[in-house]
Design a protein around this ligand. Structure first.
Ligand code: SF4
Ligand code: SF4
Length: 287
């Protein structure tokens, strides 16, 4: 089984559009949306949810009985200012780090550590194949763990379905979730755009892929909006031994297809679609 990870240094560079378009072209595949903080593959794929599972990670303190005397011990000991003390104590979930100090020292044994329900992961049916995806509750910070979980579940599901390719819509940036998304990837396709920040972000993702020894290829989206920076990207790729497998021209049909909830191939024959088809031919050979 092969895994193609699609990354961009930041959001809004066309990563999800490219993932969905490749999903249209690839024959047997399963999709994993690892952009768990701002998942948007569902906008194009309009999934029909078939499974929903809890995502639990770490613990949080809870005042579990009314025996609290308001003595203030927990308030004084909590280093994260997570205890609110009125006549009785209660715990601010957003600040609690689950260290357990309050529970250990509460004289009334009224504080306990409980599993932290951070979000959900899902399996859904889509017209382009099974999608494994997830969402974190607002304020939760376990996106790296959730990315690992989505990838693990996607692999199991792909095995069960006998599918030979997993397409992973990766998280933006270069933080913990992106690092988690590298695990098990056979090839990284980095999509960037011809802006100064696009080039800067590309360099960071290329560094990561080299660090994790995962082969990477580069695609430039809307390359013709700034030819000067496009040539800088080309130059960078040559100097870094990174293959530039394609450039997608600016094409209004891409935005129109998104609004219609379709991939560009399902929307209309256009120059962007032709470029993506060429890119997929290059990528398929490397998988
Ligand atoms: S240490 Fe226990 S009894 Fe004292 S304020 Fe905190 S929860 Fe209440
Ligand atoms: S578990 Fe730790 S962080 Fe959470 S409220 Fe208790 S002392 Fe504060």
């Amino acid at each position: 089984m092969k895994e193609l990870l699609i990354l961009s240094g930041k959001g809004g560079t066309g990563k999800t559009t490219l993932t969905a378009s490749i999903a249209y072209l690839a024959k047997e595949k399963l999709l994993a949306d690892c952009d768990v903080d701002a998942a948007d593959l569902h906008i194009i794929l309009q999934p029909e949810q078939t499974e929903r599972h809890d995502f639990v990670s770490g613990v949080k303190a809870r005042v579990t009985s009314d025996k609290c005397t308001g003595c203030g011990t927990c308030f004084e000991l909590c280093r994260y200012d997570a205890i609110i003390l009125d006549e009785k104590a209660w715990v601010d979930d957003f600040s609690c780090e689950g260290c357990g100090v309050c529970a250990h020292f509460c004289p009334e044994n009224t504080l306990e550590l409980e599993p932290n329900h951070c979000g959900y992961w899902y399996v859904s049916r889509t017209r382009l194949g099974t999608l494994v995806h997830a969402e974190l509750k607002p304020g939760e910070e376990n996106s790296g763990k959730l990315v690992s979980l989505v990838k693990q579940k996607a692999r199991k599901r792909a095995e069960r379905e006998g599918v030979g390719l997993i397409l992973v819509d990766g998280p933006p940036g270069i933080g913990c979730p992106v690092i988690s998304s590298f695990s098990g990837a056979d090839l990284v396709l980095i999509i960037t755009e011809p802006t100064k920040s696009g080039l800067h972000d590309l360099k960071r993702v290329v560094e990561l892929s080299k660090h994790f020894k995962v082969p990477a290829k580069v695609v430039v989206n809307k390359w013709d909006l700034n030819r000067e920076i496009y040539y800088q990207i080309e130059h960078f790729c040559q100097g870094s031994d990174m293959e530039l497998v394609g450039k997608i021209p600016f094409d209004e049909a891409v935005v129109d297809s998104l609004v219609a909830g379709k991939t560009i191939f399902e929307f209309k024959d256009c120059k962007a679609a032709q470029s993506v088809a060429n890119i997929w031919q290059q990528i398929e050979k490397n998988l």
